[in-house]
Design a protein. Structure first.
Length: 258
């Protein structure tokens, strides 16, 4: 039996109070779930930003490598005579410069492999050198040649000289050893290594453009990451408060039955 106070009984008061507790608990839970979802979104976006910043870092590193390669590339230079030996100048070393006559802009030498074969770009050049050697004590035959059309490429020539696959040699073999007098680029006073500066300005401009663009984008990503970190901390603080409210509601709702 419940004692009546006015129009309501004590039993009605308990029912309304219990309903209010349940509604407060449901609202807190809904808010907690919404915050959890937003927290996960923040963390996911932060991970994506970290990946984007890593990609930008790689872009800047590659740009730096390309710039260093462009400003440190080297080439072989030859000091040659022109106009019948009347003038002297430095030129980029090529296959044609190696075999050309000394008084007409060349070194007047042959290019030979480490195994002793004469390097030529094609059969026509091979026949020319065979005919040229007929008056020497050691005439050449087709068996003495190695045809390599890529040798006309300056980079290919440079690589083979650097790696010791090919050497310079006077046009005739030694009368004593009947072999070529191998000469590396380092022992020739008229052949030297030079830095190629023709592409330095373009490389510098390209590097600056790439780095500035990457840094600008990285700055925006960093700002967004700071915003996410602030929001993340705010959400965590609110979630902690809500968790306390939920725990209190649970205790007040069900503690009576304990």
């Amino acid at each position: 039996m419940f004692k009546v106070y006015g129009r309501f009984c004590r039993h009605d008061m308990y029912k309304r109070t219990d309903k209010g507790v349940k509604m407060g608990f449901a609202a807190s839970q809904a808010r907690f779930l919404a915050l959890t979802a937003r927290l996960n979104d923040c963390e996911m976006e932060a991970q994506q930003i970290a990946q984007e910043r890593l990609a930008l870092s790689n872009i800047m590193e590659l740009a730096s490598t390309d710039y260093e390669d462009a400003t440190s590339n080297q080439y072989y230079s030859a000091n040659v005579f022109d106009n019948g030996g009347l003038t002297q100048r430095d030129v980029a070393l090529t296959y044609d410069v190696i075999i050309k006559d000394e008084l007409n802009g060349g070194l007047g030498m042959r290019l030979v492999t480490s195994s002793g074969l004469v390097v030529v770009p094609d059969e026509a050049e091979m026949q020319r050198q065979i005919e040229e050697s007929m008056d020497s004590e050691t005439p050449l035959t087709s068996a003495d040649f190695f045809i390599m059309k890529e040798i006309k490429n300056a980079d290919t020539l440079k690589l083979n000289l650097e790696e010791g696959n090919m050497f310079f040699a006077p046009k005739t073999k030694s009368s004593i050893t009947n072999d070529w007098d191998y000469k590396s680029p380092e022992v020739l006073s008229n052949v030297s290594i030079e830095y190629d500066k023709t592409d330095d300005a373009a490389a510098g401009a390209e590097y600056e453009t790439k780095v500035k663009a990457a840094e600008a984008k990285d700055s925006l990503l960093e700002m967004r990451l700071d915003q996410l970190n602030t929001e993340h901390r705010s959400i965590e603080t609110e979630m902690d408060s809500l968790q306390k409210v939920i725990d209190d509601n649970v205790e007040s709702s069900f503690g009576t039955f304990g």
